[in-house]
Write a protein that binds this ligand. Structure first.
Ligand code: HMG
Length: 398
């Protein structure tokens, strides 16, 4: 039987970022609190032109170009996002035109806080496994701009970016395991965003506990499903987590190791071996909500795909509110050479550092970003950008 999974991946990030050490200085906080305490070095900052549609389109175009994918073969396109640009029209509808996808294509948006991308990925896997795909492929794009109030505890855990993934039979990167996963859900008030604001409301320390509870529940379910399928949890050699900030992934791994009966020293050693590499890209970008787990996976692939060919890795997705899924996959033979071709980290190299006054000016302008008057002046030649609103319609450069 054919395997199903992630065939190719690409990321897009805004053109600018803030150094967390600069933000700490401006907020009168020791830099160690953000850089070591939270495990974040830089956070991406999106201008109004770099909205979730533009980020998603740029990630997907990069995916098609670097992995040599024919858009004409896409039969399902899902955008996972919790910072959509419209209450009704989905990000995926804009993508459909900007990417030149076929009319015979199922297109929708999925929302459940940071879980929306995983909801899309699991729907894509089921779509292929059920036979509905009939040889076609699925595009899943996770895209978000994470915003908390200026001067709030959440501020250093912002970020922005998109991760585009092609889901297909006989994937070149990661074969997933349909049916072997653990789910967990509970109605909690840890993090939400009322309709009247672009900034998330969060009960920060409570959200950390909700994440850990959901991880324990999903992991137990995953272990049961794994056992039934004849796998041992020790067969996982690397683990990627949802990364709101790097330290959260460290806490998460410690929690899993405790559940496995390991002591603190063993958990810390295991973190260095199994998790640390996946946090390199997230530490340069910040929380990108739906894409955060897949940015961690991209980071792992970029650094270690060759060494990990044939090996099994664990994936944990968390969405506030809350729902979670623990699942796993196997890195495919040839993934190392393919990853080298994908140039996964390239978008991170082409960025500039904003001063704190520049960042604050971008944030103030952003509150009116969805009413931006139409203008061709945006400075993003060659990439998709939001140009403004014309007669109530959002317009994008193409
Ligand atoms: P806080 O209360 O300001 O920070 O905000 P703190 O006092 O807890 O300190 C943070 C860490 O820095 C601590 O380490 C301190 O010890 C350390 P820990 O005890 O946790 O290991 N520290 C220092 N380290 C070195 N040098 C120093 C220093 N000072 C302190 N000088 C909080 C932290 C995470 C609560 C805040 O940033 C926040 O509210 N963030 C947003 C919420 C969040 O990210 N939650 C994560 C779980 S929920 C989730 O992941 C879902 C989400 O992605 C949304 C979705 O699903 O859509 C958010």
């Amino acid at each position: 039987m054919a395997t199903i999974g992630i065939d190719a991946v690409a990321i897009a990030v805004p053109k600018g970022y803030v150094e967390l050490a600069d933000l700490a200085a401006a907020r009168g906080v020791p830099p160690g609190k953000y850089v070591e305490g939270l495990g974040v070095t830089r956070m991406s900052v999106a201008r109004a032109h770099e909205d979730p549609v533009a980020l998603a389109a740029n990630a997907a175009r990069r995916l098609f170009a670097t992995a040599e994918i024919d858009p004409g073969r896409i039969g399902l396109c899902v955008a996972g996002t919790e910072t959509a640009v419209d209450h009704s029209k989905p990000v995926a509808a804009y993508l459909h035109r900007l990417l030149g996808l076929p009319e015979r294509c199922r297109v929708f948006e999925a929302k459940h806080a940071c879980f929306g991308g995983t909801a899309g990925l699991l729907a894509a896997i089921d779509w292929i496994a059920s036979g509905s795909a009939r040889g076609r492929q699925a595009l899943v794009v996770c895209t978000d701009v994470a915003r908390y109030a200026l001067n709030s505890p959440g501020e250093p855990t912002q970020g922005a970016g998109a991760v585009a993934m092609l889901i297909s039979e006989n994937p070149r990167l990661l074969a997933l395991e349909p049916g072997i996963s653990g789910s967990y859900s509970k109605d909690v008030n840890d993090f939400w965003r009322p309709l009247y604001t672009k900034e998330a409301v969060v009960d920060g320390h409570h959200s950390v506990q909700c994440y850990l509870d959901a991880l324990a529940g999903a992991y137990e379910g995953f272990k049961d499903a794994s056992r039934e399928a004849g796998y041992h949890p020790d067969s996982l050699v690397r683990r990627c987590y949802h990364v709101p900030y790097g330290k959260m992934a460290k806490k998460a791994h410690r929690h899993v190791m405790q559940l496995e009966g390991k002591n603190e020293a063993q958990a810390d050693a295991s973190y260095v071996e199994q998790v640390a590499t996946s946090l390199r890209m997230p530490s340069q970008v910040g929380n990108i909500y739906t894409g955060s787990l897949y940015l961690a996976l991209t980071s792992l692939l970029e650094a270690e795909a060759s060494e990990l060919e044939g090996k099994r890795i664990g994936l944990f997705s968390y969405g506030s509110g809350c729902t979670a899924e623990y699942f796993a996959g196997r890195i495919q033979a040839g993934a190392g050479a393919f990853v080298a071709k994908l140039q996964l980290a390239e978008p991170l190299a082409d960025r500039r550092c904003y001063t704190i006054p520049e960042y604050e000016a971008i944030r103030h302008a952003d509150s009116d970003g969805d009413r931006l008057p139409l203008s061709a002046e945006h400075g993003y030649n060659g990439s998709v950008a939001f140009l403004g609103v014309d007669n109530e319609r959002r317009v994008y450069s193409n």
